[in-house]
Ligand binder design. Sequence first.
Ligand SMILES: C[S@@+](CC[C@H](N)C(=O)[O-])C[C@H]1O[C@@H](n2cnc3c(N)ncnc32)[C@H](O)[C@@H]1O
Length: 276
Amino acid sequence: MDARLQRRVQRYGWDRAAEAYEAGWKESLADAQTELLRVANAKPGEHVLDIACGTGLVSLPLAEAVGSIGRVVATDISDNMIERVRHAAKTQGFTQLEAVCSGAEALDQWPDATFDLVTCALGLMYVPDTITALNEAFRVLKPGGRAVIAVWGERNKCGWADIFPIVDARVKSEVCPLFFRLGTGSVLQDEMAAVGFLRLETSRLKSKLPYADDHAAIEAAFIGGPVALAYNRFDAPTRAAAHREYLASIGPFLTSEGYRIPGEFVVCRGHKAATD
Ligand SMILES: C[S@@+](CC[C@H](N)C(=O)[O-])C[C@H]1O[C@@H](n2cnc3c(N)ncnc32)[C@H](O)[C@@H]1O
């Protein structure tokens, strides 16, 4: 897919998904976000950039960690996501958290060597040009700074993965081409190394996505996530057929307590050399 089109699909898709995002994904992504925050180890007074921040599930704990003497800039391509972060920062009294609409591949609002830490939780899979985005993350880091990036793992370890072919079969172009590429083998770490990150450490964690019933699983997959824009254009019979196919694909993960869908995440940390 053309990169500009992919960015538009993502931007307007996530604008639509914003309202349902936390209900569908907050619990399911918590393991990856907790690990990212642990590895990032943000300290009071630090300046942090959180890329593809969504509703702020990582930006808000980062703001707490850096405290009022620090600063967190949360960025996302979706205006609706940014509005949510602004609202949350205001209601939670985090004056150190600023939310700015920006694509990951063009961080030109920020000069070189601005931040101590750059984070990106489960956002880089949606970016068409990941090397440009990683170069930008590297550029805005101060010498000695670090970046921590979390992505979904390998396709065959993510039991919900059929959502993409099911939706793609009903639209003209793919919604998330190459979604599982970064989480396969050492691709994420290799790309971080390619733009200059050093002392790279990667961990892979297995998780379970809990959904109480069919309705909750469908809402998360179709309404609160990346296929929301395409799904919105489906008529009722198309929606019903897509639901049936998706439920059949996650059927093996239905337990007496509801769905427990396997998922895998990759978290990678790298450093920028202390001096150029
Ligand atoms: C799964 S959400 C993750 C949000 C948040 N980091 C979290 O951990 O909950 C993915 C986010 O990536 C954003 N996104 C997609 N493409 C992007 C791009 N090219 N640049 C910046 N953000 C992008 C979406 O708008 C969405 O908010």
